[in-house]
Design a protein. Structure first.
Lengths: 235, 196
């Protein structure tokens, strides 16, 4: 999806605002928004790719202006409503209730299994690597070009690398394919490669910073072998 | 709905969502508190700093770290969520590395903890791939000479990158623990050097 989240190479977004001695949490609500990533994943409401896809469906103006963890709240809400676990009107009513009664406590519930899951997930992770019999189509050193196709759905093929040619720096084996899993379909594992692009290739000779490269990790379906330049061609 | 929501509106909406998730048996306040505590007190850049200090003092560990950061970190009991497959990019006299996630906010949690706000902001994510050298100088006060190649790692898949910064001169007599004290989060993102 050609969304606002796909920020690489966008100009004019202002200076970086660095907060000195920044705390991990800026408000209590951020903790709950962060926790939704783990608890609602456990409940089967989304996978990590769908989680990102849900964020990408925010209105662009809202995406750019809202605090970061509100994005997490948005995607958790999106999938909880979509699955029918909660009702949007019920959520709106409860929000108004808490606006009117901010000191009212949350419901009490204890769940030792969930607590154990939290610790196990932090320690053990949720690997996206999947075994596959598919042989890699590319090897280290191959020149590859990212296809120009612009998927309407969730993808990790950023706009700034589309149509660009780079060199395979390393191959990593097969991982869950976000263009499938992130759109609610199967895991469909594909090979992942780190591809090196020169600044000149990405931004053009007139605008590229000197002596620099960008490494970008791509899934195999994003790539085709680079065309061999015809004799006398510019590149 | 106004854009953006007020802080009170965000807090009320999150509380409403949390209440519903608790009622549905999906969430508990104790799980929220436990996760918050882990990333406040247990998992943070002090773990990455220990990895860097060990790499500076143990050449064999450094070789293993550069071969597989996941395996080398696991030797120190470091790993897990958002660091299932980690890569360490080494700074040298000729190369400076910096990490970003232009599409969202991917970051190596097991070694650096949760990312600072600026790492997740559109301003950083949009520009660091296009003008890294200018940005490091103007926004972070880190002037990388033109003779040094700047390598930007855009964490677009499930690999998670950390920078192995250069050991500063004048630290030959320092112990591994003392060295770890010098290593900052920003040096492992690649926006600052380690200073003695």
């Amino acid at each position: 999806m050609n969304g606002v989240h796909d920020l690489g190479g966008t100009d004019g977004l202002g200076p970086v605002i660095v907060e000195q001695n920044e705390p991990v949490w800026h408000a209590e609500w951020e903790k709950a928004a962060f926790a939704l990533f783990a608890t609602n994943f456990r409940a089967g409401l989304f996978n990590v790719d769908m989680f990102r896809s849900g964020i990408e469906q925010m209105h662009p103006a809202y995406y750019l202006l809202s605090p970061y963890y509100e994005h997490w709240m948005h995607t958790a809400e999106h999938f909880a409503v979509e699955a029918g676990v909660i009702d949007a009107a019920e959520l709106d009513a409860k929000m108004q209730h808490y606006l009117d009664h901010p000191d009212e406590p949350l419901p009490e519930r204890s769940d030792p299994d969930l607590l154990a899951f939290v610790d196990a997930a932090v320690k053990g992770g949720a690997p996206a690597r999947r075994e596959s019999d598919a042989a890699p189509s590319f090897k280290v050193g191959d020149k590859v070009t990212v296809t120009q196709d612009s998927p309407l759905e969730h993808t990790r093929k950023a706009r700034y690398i589309r149509g660009k040619t780079g060199v395979v720096e390393s191959g990593h084996g097969t991982f869950i394919y976000p263009d499938s899993a992130g759109n609610g379909r199967g895991e469909d594992p594909k090979h992942v490669y780190t591809v090196k692009f020169t600044n000149v290739e990405l931004w053009g000779a007139d605008n590229a910073e000197p002596n620099g490269v960008v490494y970008f990790d791509v899934w195999e379906p994003y790539l085709v072998p680079a065309a061999v330049p015809a004799e006398g061609a510019l590149r | 709905m106004t854009i953006p929501r007020s802080e009170a509106e965000i807090a009320a909406r999150m509380k409403a969502l949390e209440a519903l998730m608790i009622e549905k048996g999906i969430m508990t306040t104790e799980a929220v508190d436990r996760l918050a505590e882990i990333y406040e007190n247990e998992v943070g850049p002090q773990l990455g700093a220990a990895v860097v200090a060990k790499a500076w003092t143990d050449p064999e560990f450094k070789a293993r770290l550069l071969a597989s950061a996941t395996d080398a970190c696991a030797e120190l009991g470091i790993g897990g969520l958002q660091g299932e497959d980690m890569v360490a990019a080494e700074n040298t006299d000729d190369v400076h590395n910096v990490i970003v996630c232009t599409l969202c906010s991917c970051y190596p949690w097991p070694v650096l903890g949760l990312p600072p706000n600026w790492y997740k902001q559109p301003a950083y994510r949009s520009r660091i791939v296009r003008e890294p050298r200018t940005m490091l100088r103007d926004e972070f006060g880190h002037d990388v000479p033109e003779s040094v190649e700047v390598r930007v790692w855009d964490s677009s898949a499930e690999l998670r990158y950390m920078v192995l910064p250069q050991r500063p001169p004048g630290t030959e007599d320092k112990s591994e623990a003392e060295l770890a004290e010098l290593v900052t989060r920003d040096s492992m993102i690649g926006v600052a050097p380690v200073r003695a």
